[in-house]
Ligand binder design. Sequence first.
Ligand code: PLP
Length: 393
Amino acid sequence: MTADFISAELKALQDAGLYRRLRRVEGDQDSTLTLDGREVINFSSNNYLGIANHPALAARAKAAIDLYGCGSGASRLISGNMTLHEELEAKLAQFKNTEAALVFNSGFQANIGILATLAGEGDVILSDALNHASIIDGCRLSKAQTLVYAHCDLKGLEAGLKQAALARRRLIVSETIFSMDGDEAPLADIVELAEKYDAMVMVDEAHGTGVFGANGAGVVSKWGLASRVLVQMGTLGKALGGFGAYVAGSRDLCDLLINRCRSFIFTTSLPPAVMAMALAALDLVQNEPERRAALQHNCEKLKAGLSRSGFELGKSTSPILPLMVGDAGRCMALSAALLEHGVFAQGIRPPTVPVGTSRLRITLMATHSEAQIERALNIFEEVKRRWPAITTS
Ligand SMILES: Cc1ncc(COP(=O)(O)O)c(C=O)c1O
C-alpha cells in the first residue's frame, strides 16, 4: 500500500493555505507566553480566569499525588473509580445545582459519548450550525437523523422540531457560548421550544463555565434554567484551568451514562492530580468573583479600543472576541504580523469556521494587565496602519 497520498494531502493543504503546524510554549500558561522562544502577549487561551498556573491548583495536585499516586490504573468501572472522582462529582453537582454529575476524560469524549447514548436510529438531533466539532461528531456517531438549524435561529429550530414530530425522541444540542464567535445561545427560548415540542435539551458550557452566572456556574445558572435542561456538559480545561470534562444532570442520566456511554466506559479514568486541580479550581471560581469582574473589564477595554481603531468585531458577549477578516490567507497574514510584534491572536480558518469567515479569535484573561492591553491595542493599530490590505475585510 503506497502512502503517497499523505504527502499529496499535506501539499494540498499547503496550496490551499490551510496547513497547520504546532507552536511550542515554554514555561507556564499566563497572560504572556514564551512562544517558539519569544515572549508574546497571550490572546489565544481559554484560561479565561488565569488560574491554569495558580499555586492553589498546583499544591492540591501535588498533595493528591503524595496521597494517591500518579495513575488511576484502570477505567472507572474496573478499579479506576477513586475517592477524588466521587468528591469532584459531588462538588460539580452542587456547583451546577443538579442532582448528580459525572466526570469525563475530555470535552470531546463527553460530547461524542453523551450524544451517542441519548440518541440513536429513529431519533432526531437538532443541532446549531456553529456547534463544536465534538458535537458534530457525536451527532454522526449516534446514527440519529441530525437537523442542523441556522445559528441561533429559533424559527429554524421550531421548523425542525415540527419536522421531527414523529421521531421516537428529539434532542436539541447547543453550545451556550459559541467557541469561535463568542455569542450566547438564546437558551430560555430554546428551553421553551423544547418544552412545547417535547424535546430534550443538551448544552455545552465549555466556554460558559467559570465566566457566567453568579458563582461562575455558567449560562444555565445565569438564567436559572438548571431544572429545565436535561444535560449540562462542560469542561475542566478552560476557565477551570485544568483538564477533563463533566456532565451535570439527574442521577438517572449519570447512571445511564455509566452503563451505556462508550467514551466513559472504555477509557482509563483521569488521574488523581487532575481531579485535585479541578477541586481547587472550583473553590477559586466560586470564592473569587473579582476574577470575573477583571475579565469583564479587560473585555470591554480591548473591545472598545479595537472598535476605535476600526476593526470589525463579531457580536460577542463573552471573552471570545472574533475579529472578522473573511479570507483565510489574509487572516493568517494578520495573525503573523501581530505575532511578529509580540501579540499572539490565533487565526481561525476553515474547517474550524465556514469558508469566507476566517477571523482572529482573540480571547481575554482576567490576568491581562492594563499595560498589556494598551500595548496590544497599539500593536493592532500599528499593524493596521502598515498593512491596510490584510486588515480590511
Ligand atoms: C464548545 C466546546 N466543546 C467541547 C470542547 C472539547 O473539550 P476538551 O478540550 O475538554 O476536549 C471544546 C474545546 O476544546 C469546545 O470549545
